[in-house]
Design a binder for this molecule. Structure first.
Ligand SMILES: Cc1ncc(COP(=O)(O)O)c(C=O)c1O
Length: 390
């Protein structure tokens, strides 16, 4: 049976070169980076080299990078930490966000609002999932302290106009965070060019290990720690450094950005083949998100007039690993709130499919997947698709 992995937005395998770079830090170089002897210093040097590598890709200073346990923690620290610090400095408690954020942002903001006296404006998005910068400008008030807008969405792939939004935020004195977890490894992370104050990434989305991430914090932007304890990471993130994972994160990011043009050209070619193949084969398929302004690796569809039935399970039976909207929604029978926000009906939103290509995906994988969908979808459809598929 085929084994075709089209769920790279959920996670990616660790690159063999990344694993190799990490291995010595599990065994020989095991010191605690906070210790002042040579064992500690060796670990500390590896961590500072990793910070330097990431800073080069972000076009920032190494001290502006904080290591975390992944995208969720980076998002939590960014939004909760910046909101708390702003309130402490008497800067206002109004937050701005979008209705298509990952739960690591939306649930953090909801908790700040429901339990800690903050207020929020949730911006509208259009049918393609785009925020209108005019709406963002209108939502900024003298009480607004922090805004968080996802760079590229995990469910629909849409890329937001981050540069424009960050520029508006700066003009209004609002701290601007972007969740770049899906964007990392595919789009520019140059924080000067983007103009953002805070930016989150996670290692496992670009062939690095799971359980490690980073948060960029622009010099001068105040953030209070969320996880307290030791004085690691400038007192912003307590906990003994996980040296091997930090080395793996930096190595994977460097490999991705050294090879960015080739990687994204490969992704785009396969993405576009998949999109046109599905649209040509299945008349009830609707591409979700923005047609062009989307992640190079990302394809997402909903299917109209589908009986309930698990598309993902049927694809799995044919050897294809896919996802319904996002991996984080697995196990939930509710249609994706992102798709509902975009204006799809509950029925249509319930029949969603996300396919995300990777470095090892081939054209043959794509063609097999289109053929498999051409068999599965008509079986699940309540309308006759034969005329169009003939
Ligand atoms: C947009 C986005 N933000 C945050 C996260 C959370 O990252 P992590 O799994 O590293 O906690 C994900 C993971 O899927 C994501 O897609």
């Amino acid at each position: 049976m085929s084994h075709i992995y089209l769920d790279h937005s959920a996670t990616t395998p660790v690159d063999a070169r990344v694993l190799e770079a990490m291995l010595p830090y599990f065994t020989n170089v095991y010191g605690n980076a906070s210790s002042s002897h040579r064992f500690g210093r060796s670990a500390e040097n590896a961590i500072e080299d990793a910070r330097e590598l990431i800073a080069q890709i972000f076009n920032c200073r190494p001290n502006e990078i904080i290591f975390t346990s992944g995208g969720s923690e980076s998002d939590n620290l960014a939004v909760r930490g910046a909101a708390w610090a702003a309130r402490q400095q008497g800067k206002g408690t109004h937050l701005i966000t979008t209705p298509i954020e990952h739960g690591a942002i939306s649930k953090t903001i909801n908790q700040l609002v429901n339990e800690q006296g903050f207020q929020q404006t949730v911006l509208k998005v259009n049918h393609e999932g785009l925020v209108d910068p005019k709406d963002f400008a209108a939502a900024c008030t003298p009480h607004t302290s922090v805004a968080s807008v996802i760079y590229a969405n995990n469910e629909i792939g849409t890329i937001q106009p981050i540069r424009e939004l960050a520029q508006i935020a700066r003009g209004q004195g609002v701290i601007f965070h972007t969740d770049a977890v899906q964007a990392a490894g595919q789009l520019s992370l140059d924080v000067e060019e983007l103009g953002v104050d805070l930016l989150s990434i996670s290692g496992h989305k670009f062939y690095g290990p799971k359980g490690v991430g980073a948060l960029y914090i622009r010099d001068g932007v105040s953030v209070l720690p969320v996880q307290t304890g030791g004085s690691h990471e400038r007192g912003l993130r307590a906990g003994t450094h996980n040296t091997p994972l930090i080395v793996g994160l930096a190595t994977a990011l460097k490999l991705a950005y050294d090879d960015l043009a080739q990687r994204t050209t490969h992704y785009r070619k396969l993405r576009d083949r998949l999109i046109s193949g599905i649209l040509n084969t299945l008349p009830n398929a609707l591409l979700t998100g923005h047609a062009e302004n989307r992640l190079p690796s990302h394809v997402s569809f909903v299917f109209e007039d589908i009986r309930s039935g698990s598309l993902v399970e049927l694809l799995d039976a044919k050897g294809i690993a896919a996802s319904a909207a996002s991996a984080c929604k697995t196990g939930s029978s509710e249609p994706s709130s992102v798709l509902l926000q975009l204006g799809y009906s509950r029925e249509t939103a319930a029949a969603s499919l996300r396919l995300s290509v990777g470095l090892h995906t081939t054209e043959a994988d794509i063609d097999y997947t289109i053929q498999a969908l051409g068999e599965i979808i008509p079986q699940l459809s309540t309308r006759d698709l034969t005329a169009a598929t003939a």
